[in-house]
Design a protein around this ligand. Structure first.
Ligand code: NAD
Ligand code: TYD
Length: 342
């Protein structure tokens, strides 16, 4: 199978390339990425000489480049996206362009080239805040920030290509994902790398927001199962049950690194913060998926990777990253509060 993997130089995309090339000896991967601030060729460096791998630098909104890359492919798995909620609050434009218009370009190309399987990777955030219980795939979509709204738009457009044009599209809605190569803007890599540097861990609001953090290999296995066994036109949640709030998360990270809890700082909340996500993944489990990592195992693996790969994240943090960090955190950290002991 020749698979076009878009957004392949990002966090989950690069882990998915690793998963496919190790799990499927007959797979050939065409990895496409625009290399935005979040894309990093270092994430794919180990495949540079693999005869089953090639890299194309392109924008998914570029019809001609996407058409060239997709020619001869059997399948498409799309990870390309603007992915960070806080950046979407600061500047939504790139989110609408890539996460909606980019999907139109990809679906048009998949249709024109008669692809047999298309997986579009979406997010649990399209359900919005889930105060109680768990969202199954039929739950109402209620995105509340520009990131999740653009992802909801993109996935509905992708699914419309199934109903309108019989394109065999499947959508996955994954939970918060953690592991190697995650850009240090999401909570866990910010907390881990800041802790290593003895810098404050910026915790939004009172630190009570709940997430289900899933190890990236489990997410990739779920996406790959959908690619091979999913029903066209269907949506699949990919999530784990273990719930943890931000305060507990930060505490666990500090304990793993043997750092003082005084590094935790409560800062002004994220606007429109979704306080809880929760997924029912029974549909994917019925296809044979089960997460292989518990939350403590996933967190320990992740923390360990950042400890052992300082060169990777220090190269990012010493570049343009500082500007974003300053803009998102500086004022709020100046007004921050310590976490009460106990
Ligand atoms: P990421 O930000 O690490 O990577 C995104 C990649 O897409 C980058 O390599 C970037 O260069 C590329 N990209 C962005 N715009 C592009 C464009 N116009 N054309 C081509 N490439 C472009 O994100 P991630 O965490 O790996 O997430 C991948 C996908 O999975 C996203 O679509 C995201 O919405 C979704 N998702 C992420 C999570 C999570 O917890 N990280 C959970 C569920 C779903
Ligand atoms: P994040 O990793 O941005 O993922 P999500 O898209 O699910 O919000 O944030 C995870 C949780 O951590 C979320 O409740 C917001 C919180 N958070 C902080 O408290 N501080 C931070 O610096 C970041 C980035 C997130």
């Amino acid at each position: 199978m020749r698979i076009l993997v878009t957004g392949a130089a990002g966090f989950i995309g690069s882990n998915y390339v690793r998963y496919v090339l190790s799990e499927h000896p007959n797979a050939y991967v065409v990895a496409l990425d625009k290399l935005t601030y979040a894309g990093n060729l270092a994430n794919l460096a180990e495949f540079a000489k693999d005869p089953r791998f090639e890299f194309v630098r392109a924008d998914i909104c570029d019809t001609e480049a996407v058409g060239d890359a997709i020619a001869g492919c059997d399948a498409l798995v799309n990870f390309a996206g603007e992915s960070h909620v806080d950046r979407s609050v600061i500047d939504p434009a790139a989110f609408v362009r890539t996460n909606v218009e980019g999907i139109r370009v990809l679906m048009e190309a998949a249709r024109a080239h008669g692809l047999q399987r298309v997986v579009h990777v979406s997010t649990d955030e399209v359900y919005g805040h889930v105060p109680v219980g768990s969202a199954d795939e039929d739950a109402r979509l209620a995105p509340r920030n520009p990131y999740s709204a653009s992802k909801a738009g993109g996935e509905l457009l992708a699914l419309a290509y199934f109903t309108s044009f019989d394109l065999p599209v499947m959508v996955t809605r994954g939970a918060n994902t953690i592991g190697p190569f995650q850009y240090p803007e999401k909570a866990i890599p910010v907390f881990v790398t800041n802790a290593i540097e003895d810098k404050p861990l910026p915790i939004y609001g009172e630190g009570k927001a709940v997430r289900n953090y899933m190890y990236v290999c489990d997410h990739c296995a779920g996406i790959d199962l959908v690619l091979h066994k999913g029903n066209p036109g269907e949506v699949y949640n990919v999530g784990v049950e273990f719930e943890v709030n931000t305060l507990t998360l930060a505490t666990s990270i500090l304990d793993l690194l043997d750092k003082p809890r005084s590094l935790m700082r409560l800062i002004e909340d994220r606007p429109g913060h979704d306080y809880r996500y929760s997924l029912n993944s029974a549909r994917l489990e019925a296809l044979g998926w089960q997460p292989q990592y518990t939350f403590p195992e996933a967190l320990a693996e992740t923390v360990n990777w950042y400890v052992e790969n300082e060169d990777w994240w220090r190269a990012i943090k010493s570049g343009g990253y500082g500007e974003y960090y300053e803009r998102n955190y500086a004022e709020r950290l100046a007004r921050s509060r310590p976490v009460a002991a106990g």
